[in-house]
Design a protein around this ligand. Sequence first.
Ligand SMILES: Cc1cc2nc3c(=O)[nH]c(=O)nc-3n(C[C@H](O)[C@H](O)[C@H](O)COP(=O)(O)OP(=O)(O)OC[C@H]3O[C@@H](n4cnc5c(N)ncnc54)[C@H](O)[C@@H]3O)c2cc1C
Length: 395
Amino acid sequence: MATAAAIEDQIRTIDPDEERAFMDAIDRWLEREVIPVVQHHDHGDIWPEKLVEQMAEMGLFGATIGQEYGGLGLPATTYAKIVMRISSYWMAITGIFNSHLIMAAAVERFGTPEQKMRWLPKFATGEIRGGLALTEPNAGTDLQAIRTVAKKNADGDYVINGTKTWISNALNGQCFAMLVKTDPDANPRYKGMSLFIADKHDGLTTGKKFDKLGYKAIDSAELIMEDYVVPADQLIGGVEGQGFFQATGGLELGRINVAARGVGLAEGSLRLATEYAQQRETMGKPIAQHQAIQLKLGEMVTKARAARLLTLDASEAYDKGERCDKEAGIAKYYASEAAVENSQEAMRIYGGYSYSKEYDIERYYRDSMLMCIGEGTNEMQRMIIAKQHLKENQI
Ligand SMILES: Cc1cc2nc3c(=O)[nH]c(=O)nc-3n(C[C@H](O)[C@H](O)[C@H](O)COP(=O)(O)OP(=O)(O)OC[C@H]3O[C@@H](n4cnc5c(N)ncnc54)[C@H](O)[C@@H]3O)c2cc1C
C-alpha cells in the first residue's frame, strides 16, 4: 500500500498555459521534423538519431522524472496528452522515451536516495537512456518463471547469468531496469526476485534483433548476460526480494502510457480515413457521402472519443494519488482494441490503396496490434478488471 508521502510525491499539477505551450511545441516538432521523415525511418527500420537528440532537447527523456532530479515533473494527464499527440502521427517513436521513463520510474519510486541522485539526473537529460528488461524466452506473462539468476560473489557484488528478450531500446540504450532471481528456490516465487540498474559493460551484450511487423525504427532485441558483474549498490532499493513488486509497481502508469498510444493510433487512423473519404469519389460523389462509409466513420469517432476519455479518466485519478489499477486496465484494454479496430476500418475505407506503402495507413495497421500485447496482454487485462470488479461487488 502506498504511504502518504509516496502519494504526495505522485500528486502533480501543471498550469494550463504551460501545458498548452508544451503541446504547441510538440505540434511544431511533429510538423517540421517528424512527419517528413516517418516513412524513411519506418520503411527502412532506421534508428532516428536526429529525432532522439531533439527529444532530449525538449526534455522528453525526463518528462515524468521529478524536477528535483532535472526532469520536467509532468503530471500523468499532460504526459498522456503528449503521447496521444505524437502517436497520432508516429506511435513507435514514443517507445524510445516511454520504456526509458518506466525504468526511471522504478528508480524514482523504489531506489535509495544515493541511487536517485546518481542515476535520475542522467536519465532526465537522456545522457543515459534505456528501458525495462523483464521478458525472457520462456517467460512473458508469467514473469515469476524467469530464469536469469544473480549470485553474490566474494566482493559482495552480483554475478548475473541469463537472457532477456524483446527488450525495447536494447541496442541503442545504455542501461536497463533488469528483473532477476536472487533466490531461485524461493516459495512463493516472487519473494526471490530482485530488480537491478543494469548498465552496459563487460558481460552484458546484445543478441538477436527482431525483424518486426511494425513498431519499426525502435530496436527490440535480446540482452545476454554472461558472468556480468553488477555492484551491490545497483540493487534497486538495496534489499533483495522486492523486484517483482518494483517491476509491476509501475503498471498503472505503464498502462496509461499504452492506452495513450492506442488513443493516438485510433485518432490518427480516423484523421487519415476522414481526409481520404472526402477526396475519393465513386458513383459520382465522395465516398464519405455513402452511408456504408458513414457507418464506419461514426463507429471510429465514437471509439476514438471513448478511448481518450477513459485514458484521461485513469490519468486524472493517478494524478490525484488515487488507486487506479482498474481504471488504467480498462483504458489500456479499450484504447488498444480501438486502435486495432479503427486502423482496420481505415484500411477498408482506403480500399486497394491501403495496401500501398505510399500511404501511411498501413503503418497504423501494423503498429496497432502491439498495443494489445504490451503492459499485460488484453486477455490478462480483462481478467484483472473482472477480478477487481468482483472484489468490489462481493455478495
Ligand atoms: C515489440 C515488442 C516490444 C516489447 N518490449 C518489451 C520490453 O521493453 N521489455 C520487456 O520486458 N518485454 C517487452 N516485450 C515483451 C512483452 O511484454 C511480452 O511479449 C508480453 O508480456 C507477453 O508475453 P509472451 O510474449 O511471453 O506471451 P505469453 O505469456 O506466452 O502469452 C501467450 C498468450 O497466452 C495468454 N496467457 C498467458 N497466460 C495466461 C493466463 N494465465 N490466463 C489466460 N491467458 C494467458 C496471453 O494473454 C497470450 O494471449 C515486448 C514485446 C514486443 C512484441
